[in-house]
Design a protein around this ligand. Sequence first.
Ligand code: SF4
Length: 345
Amino acid sequence: MDAEKLEKFLQKNGQPSFRLKQINQAIFQKGLATFSEVSTLSKDLRQKLENEIPMLSFEVEKILQSSDGDSIKALLKMSDGALVETVLISPKTDLWSACISCQVGCPMSCEFCATGSLGFRRNLTFEEITDQVLFWRQYVRENFSAKNPQLKFNIVYMGMGEPFANWENVQKSLKILLDENLFDFASRSISVSTVGISDGILDLAQKFPQVNLAWSLHFADDEKRSKYMPANRSENLEKMRETWRKYFSLTRRKVFVEYVMLKGVNDSIEDAQKLAAYLKSIGNSQLLHVNLINYNETFKNFSPSSKKQVQIFKQFLEKNGIKATVRKSLGSDIQGACGQLAAGK
Ligand code: SF4
C-alpha cells in the first residue's frame, strides 16, 4: 500500500491527522487486510478508502504450503503481469520469517540458482517490495497470531533478485519497514543477503548499520567462483576482502557467510581449507559465521553434498577457528527453498 497516497487522500478528505496514525497502525502493524475491519473509522470513510486506496500492488495467484507446514510460498502477479515469488518460513517455533524478492528474475546469473536462470526482467518498486511484507503480515495475523500472540516476525531479503542491484528501491523499502509510524520493525529483525556488491555493502553499513547482512560466498577460490558466480569477475575475493575490512571498521556487526554445499564442486577438504584461510585473511573472523546450506535440487545439474561430507566440512572449519552451522532446509517440496524460486516455473 502506498502510505503517501493514503496520507494525501485523508488530507483531501479533511480528516484529522490522528486518523492517519490509526489507519497506519491497523494496516501496517496489526495486519488488518481491509479498511472495513478498521472499526474506529466511519462507515462512509471505510467505503471511500476501499474504493480509492489499493491494499496490495499485486494479485496473489497461488499459495502453496510445504508438507511439514513450515514453509508457505506465494506466487504474485504484478500489475504488468510479471510473476514473483515470496516465501514465509518458520525456522523455529514462534518465529516466522518473510523471505521477500526485490527483482523479477535476477541479473547475477549464479549457475546453481533457479532464479538466476530466469534472466532479469525488471526491478521491483519499493511498494511492490514492502507489499510482500504487508501480505505476509496479513497472512500471519489471519492464520497464526490469534492462536499465538507471542509470535515473532522477521524479514529476509533473500528471495528473487540481488538487493544491491536494486538498491534505490530496496533502501526506500527498508526505511518504510523501519518507520515507527508504518511497519515499525527493529533493524535487527531484518537481514539483507547479497552476492557481494562492495558499494552497496558499504552504503548499507553507513545508512542501516544495525540491519543484518548475509554474504553468498559459496566458493573461496576466484577461478571457481567466477565460473559459477559471474558477479565474482568484477567483485573478486581480493576486492571483497577489502570491502569486509572497511565494513568491520564501520560496524562491528556479525556477517553471515552463506555456503551452499554442492557435491564434488565445492565440498572437499581442500575447499574447506581455502574457505578457512580466506575468512581468516579478512581479520575479525570471530564476526564471520558460516552457514552451510544443503543444496535444494532444481532443474540445474548439481547435487547436494552427503550429510557426512557436510559434517566433515563443518568440523574442519570449526577446528580452524571458524564458526559454522548447518542450515536446516525448509520448503524444498514446494520449490520454496533457497535458490529454488523460479516464479512458478
Ligand atoms: S543466488 Fe541470489 S544473486 Fe545469485 S542468481 Fe540466485 S537470486 Fe541472484
